[in-house]
Design a protein around this ligand. Structure first.
Ligand code: WTA
Length: 615
């Protein structure tokens, strides 16, 4: 696989590893720069082909088509901007932008000079950004004045300003103009993207160079950090490296979607999440594809937006999330009427289990029964797809991710870490999903704390990478992912740790304690249900609920706001003080009958009280 990429120097060894430490080294001794694979090597043949087609939030606004040669120019220019502002190889650059092409330039500009980018999704609050900036010890930020999303303007720069109160580390903030929202610009710290780009261009022109030389990287030098939630404490900075991540995203992009040269690929994710990193930027570009980047949301100005985009750009591959499909289903078939979707060849889903109803709707109404659907299972930590059917090559099975990618070795284990070998009555193996051996895109460490990486992923079951997911395996070897088995929720395909939401709720002045669980949600897949004990008797007080929501939005971001808040006078706890989440989960799911054994509870009476007032 690795032979399909451009290396300045090839590897001495393909793989060295142990999961004990863990230590995983792919392509040791190899030298490369990922941007030479995503840009330079395509210039001769594909220079005038679109690398990125950008669809603005407002369909009335002008589309932007970025050819490979234009992408080269802009990325080199921005890389020069970074250099001019003092950024060096290994420095951390936090990127907090809307979905504009400049976000791709910023990401690739960092990669060009070996700086480590850490993109933060626009739905996170100032506090979340501050925590991430501190954890990554970031000294540079790239942001926008604001971002458009549907009918909303998000004041990104002002959120960054809040995140920077008390921060002594950040030296420069580069601000791209998108919304013309008034912003404060601090002398010496804040600079305009446009001015910096103009100056960089004049330097480049003066020196008569077309391409800024890429910095040579070791295969296992870090490429980026991306923060993601786990079952405990604060988000972890997942670290991916240059060589392995490049090979894995390129390889999976071509094989899963069966990409053929010249095709147009539309991944609807945001680059703030791993799916956008791997299948808007790095995977498609390393393979010379045309990647559609969409600034807006699927339901604005109407629920036909995806179909208009498919129609307008003759999209061949559409890759989206089950939550988007369910949401669009709820608008009926009108938004699909008169939309020419005949260019579509392959459909994909990612981020959460897809229910059969949504799968069939996607197949029938979008794929017209003739586009294979790939159900791709993977994680931030895996860099790219690990389990999926290959479009048109291996069969799909609705709501099943099906077979591992060639080279991936999944295994199901029981609570003690023993491999499950006994099928149940239906002939299925059922267990916790682990992977036996490394693939090139595997997480290498959690930034600044390797022990945390070991504990989180490699210590639960000896010698295995543990995914945190539960799964079924049928007699043919197909996998069906059933959802998280740890305290992590998947809300609209966004990973949110229950502990994080609880911490945020508990910050509210009136709150004594809280417990957060998931519940089945028609559109989001999972919703957030919070059981909250307050100091004063504020039961049923809507204002108190709104204040709690506001607190969560401040501490984490609007994406983590609970859907339901139930005030309770106590929580079901064992004698040792542990909250029995199993019981709360059942109540949140609407179970009114048997809640299982409650005899070990300190105060079994509390269960009835909570159940009777369940929302
Ligand atoms: C879930 C997103 C079922 C799973 C790429 C995983 C899925 C978590 C699927 C990772 C799928 C992702 N079927 N569940 N096809 N894809 N998941 O890190 O629980 O945002 O552990 O990465 O999403 O979420 P993350």
């Amino acid at each position: 696989m690795a032979e399909n990429f451009y290396w300045r120097k090839k590897w001495d060894r393909v793989l060295e590893w142990n999961f004990r430490e863990p230590k995983v080294e792919w392509f040791k001794g190899a030298k490369l720069n990922i941007t030479e694979n995503c840009i330079d090597r395509h210039l001769e043949e594909l220079g005038e082909k679109p690398a990125i087609i950008w669809e603005p939030n407002n369909p009335e606004e002008r589309t932007r088509v970025v050819t490979y040669s234009r992408l080269n120019k802009r990325v080199c220019q921005f890389a020069q901007v970074l250099i001019n502002n003092g950024v060096k190889k290994g420095d951390r650059v936090c990127i907090y932008m809307g979905m504009v092409p400049e976000l791709a330039y910023a990401v690739l500009g960092c990669a060009r000079i070996g700086a480590i980018h850490s993109v933060i999704f626009g739905g996170f609050s100032a506090q979340s950004i501050a925590d991430r900036l501190y954890d990554a010890q970031a000294e540079y930020i790239v942001t926008c004045d604001g971002a458009y999303r549907g009918g909303k303007d998000i004041p990104l720069k002002s959120i960054i300003d809040d995140a920077l109160i008390g921060n002594r580390l950040v030296k420069k903030v580069i601000v791209y103009t998108r919304t013309r929202t008034p912003v404060s610009m601090l002398k010496g710290r804040d600079v305009w993207w446009e001015d910096e780009m103009d100056y960089a261009l004049s330097q480049i022109e003066r020196n008569n160079i077309v391409t800024l030389p890429a910095v040579e990287m070791d295969a296992d030098d870090p490429l980026f950090i991306l923060y993601t939630s786990g079952s405990t404490g604060k988000p972890k900075g997942v670290v991916h490296t240059c060589g392995g991540y490049m090979v894995w995203t390129g390889y999976t992009f071509v094989n899963v979607f069966q990409y053929k040269p010249g095709e147009v690929h539309f991944c609807t994710a945001d680059i703030g999440w791993i799916t956008g990193h791997s299948y808007i930027v790095y995977g498609p570009l390393s393979m010379g594809a045309t990647s559609v980047m969409f600034e807006g949301i699927p339901t604005w100005p109407d629920a036909g937006r995806f179909w208009d985009i498919v129609n307008k750009y003759k999209v061949n591959i559409l890759y989206t999330a089950p939550t988007a499909i369910r949401s669009l289903m709820s608008y009926g078939l009108d938004p699909l009427r008169d939309k020419d979707l005949s260019s579509l060849k392959v459909l994909g889903t990612v981020g959460e289990p897809i229910n059969e109803e949504a799968w069939h709707w996607y197949d029938r109404e979008v794929g017209k029964g003739s586009s294979p659907i790939v159900d791709t299972w993977w994680q931030t930590e895996t860099g790219g797809v690990l389990i999926s059917n290959l479009a048109g090559v291996t069969p799909a099975k609705p709501s099943w991710a099906t077979l591992p990618m060639p080279g991936v070795q999944p295994v199901l284990v029981d609570e003690r870490g023993e491999e499950v070998t006994e099928p149940d009555e239906e002939g299925m193996l059922k267990g916790n999903l682990c992977i036996k051996a490394p693939w090139p895109g595997i997480i290498r460490t959690t930034y600044g704390d390797h022990e945390r990486c070991r504990k989180n992923y490699f210590a639960t079951y000896e010698n295995y990478y543990f995914t945190g997911d539960g799964a079924l395996k049928d007699a043919q070897g197909n996998f069906r992912i059933t959802g998280r088995v740890d305290d992590v929720l998947n809300v609209s395909g966004h990973r949110i740790g229950t502990a994080e939401v609880e911490n945020a709720i508990n910050m509210h002045t009136n709150v004594v304690e809280s417990a957060v669980v998931g519940f089945p949600h028609q559109i989001k897949g999972q919703g957030i249900y919070a059981f909250v004990i307050t100091e004063k008797n504020t039961h049923e007080d809507d204002r108190a609920k709104n204040d709690i929501l506001e607190t969560v939005a401040r501490i984490i971001g609007p994406i983590a706001k609970p859907d339901k808040i139930q005030f309770v006078s106590g929580l079901p706890k064992t004698r040792s003080g542990k909250i029995m989440r199993r019981i709360l989960r059942k109540i949140a799911e609407g179970e009114t009958g048997n809640l299982g054994d409650t005899s070990t509870l300190l105060d079994p009476g509390i269960v009835d009280e909570i159940k009777n007032k369940a929302l």
